[in-house]
Write a protein that binds this ligand. Structure first.
Ligand code: ASP
Length: 456
């Protein structure tokens, strides 16, 4: 069939476009299923079912993939030399790019003022906030409540992030997807393997290498179903996004977030790739296209991790050693798009409320966005929890945090899809830059070995 002969990214793009049309055709402007016909409800339920299976299939490989790639990466080194250096570089890269992303968000939201209309706080959005506050008083919003609970339980504070690094039970950590615990255990495991000698050491090394190859092969297999999975994930999003809210009242806010994300992704990160790594950014974009499309469709950096790893190793030519260290950690702690979004969302809300933030208050928000983005999980809408934490600690007069969340939720999904792309793209640039700084040879920069022979 013609479709199956197309390159994978074209298949996914076509599926995305078809899903956007199908979803919009089914679409309605409420946030529940009341406006859908029986047929529409059936289609959406089927899509949700298939979409969940696709997401689960991607997530299914994460634990064995991370463990095997880190163990192989470290054990392959033969010794731990240079690991601390790579760790420092990685953390510096994460902190620097996240901070730059937030500062871009800060600048764009202050210049464009999406919370204002004709120089004054936008009365229509203010009314939306007030209406939500009244509504919430009567019928609590489930999603906001869940985020609120997680925020007040403090499950995502930075201290907790560090605490979860050393898991008491590795099986539980794996089952609960505590990435940092898994990463730490795998590093210790790999390091201990470098001390083993003899036949058993060889057996272990071969086992983890084979396991890693196998997981990458399974990821490729899962990606064969990506067009169907992407279609199934996008139809409900398009059908249930309040298009009138998106293209009406909150349009300026939506555009401001996209613009800031765009500046970071298409200007700042490419400049870093070029200046720090000498890499042609366009080639890197092409190398990462499948991962970016997956991130866009799933809104989850964690679920995208296997695809990101495969693209970075196979298409960008980064070693497994660097990839296995930079990407799993990045999927958990390096979230440029999320950090930027948190900053824009909070400042936008204060603009609507007509509360002028002082410089120190703005910088406190920048700091909070940086810190909380580390604790945000790589799952859909996770940054709303971080935003709630900032709202609760910022003490803004007249702010009803849950009502503000409900308003932000109205256009969150499409913004979530976009910021997830930025999150994984930044991780991938980090892997390339750090790999090059470690003296790796096969990375895109090397024109002789064209790891990227396929073209658009
Ligand atoms: N969905 C984002 C991710 O997985 C997190 C967020 O900003 O909500 O990277």
């Amino acid at each position: 069939m013609f479709f199956l002969k197309l390159k994978p990214h074209w298949q996914i793009l076509i599926a995305l476009a078809l899903a956007a049309f199908a979803g919009a055709a089914l679409g309605h402007d409420s946030h529940d299923s009341n406006g859908l016909s029986g047929f529409g409800i059936f289609v959406i339920a089927t899509c949700r079912f298939l979409g969940t299976i696709f997401m689960s299939a991607l997530k299914m490989v994460i634990v064995p993939l991370i463990v095997s790639s880190i163990v192989t990466g470290i054990a392959g080194l033969g010794k731990m030399d240079g690991f601390g250096r790579m760790g420092m570089k990685t953390l510096m890269y994460y902190a620097l790019t996240s901070l730059m992303a937030i500062l871009i968000g800060l600048a764009v939201v202050n210049v464009m003022k999406p919370g204002f209309k004709d120089g004054v706080p936008n009365p229509v959005i203010k009314k939306m906030l007030d209406d939500e506050a009244i509504k919430l008083g009567k019928t609590p919003n489930e999603k906001v409540d869940a985020a609120s609970k997680r925020a007040s339980n403090g499950t995502k504070t930075v201290l907790d992030v560090f605490k979860s690094m050393v898991p008491t039970n590795i099986v539980k950590a794996a089952a609960e997807g505590q990435m940092l615990g898994l990463i730490f255990f795998s590093i210790v495991f790999g390091a201990a393997m470098t001390r083993m000698t003899g036949e058993s050491a060889e057996v272990m090394r071969h086992f983890f290498l084979a396991l890693n190859d196998l997981m990458i092969a399974i990821t490729k297999g899962v990606m064969l179903f990506a067009p169907l999975g992407v279609f199934a994930l996008i139809v409900p999003v398009m059908a249930e996004t309040g298009l009138s809210t998106l293209f009406g009242t909150l349009f300026k806010y939506f555009v401001v977030v996209l613009l800031a994300l765009g500046i970071h992704m298409f200007v700042v990160l490419p400049i870093m790739l070029k200046t720090l790594g000498g890499v042609n950014p366009w080639r890197h974009f092409k190398a990462m296209k499948e991962a970016m499309l997956t991130a866009f469709s799933t809104s989850s950096s964690s679920a995208t991790l296997p695809v990101t790893m495969r693209c970075v190793i196979d298409n960008a030519g980064v070693s497994r050693r660097t990839t296995s260290f930079v990407l799993p950690l990045g999927a958990t702690v390096n979230m440029d798009g999320t950090a930027l979004y948190e900053c824009v969302a909070v400042i936008f809300t204060t603009q609507v409320l007509g509360y002028p933030l002082t410089m120190p208050e703005q910088f406190a928000i920048v700091f909070m966005a940086l810190i909380t983005s580390i604790g945000v999980a790589g799952v859909p809408s996770a940054s709303l929890v971080a935003i709630l934490i900032i709202f609760k600690s910022a003490n803004i007069p007249g702010l009803h945090p849950a009502a503000a969340m409900a308003v932000l939720l109205a256009v969150d999904r499409l913004l979530d899809m976009s910021r997830t792309v930025v999150n994984i793209f930044s991780d991938s640039c980090g892997a390339v830059i750090i790999g090059l700084s470690e003296g790796e040879k096969n990375i895109l920069q090397d024109e002789k070995k064209d790891v990227f022979e396929e073209s658009f």
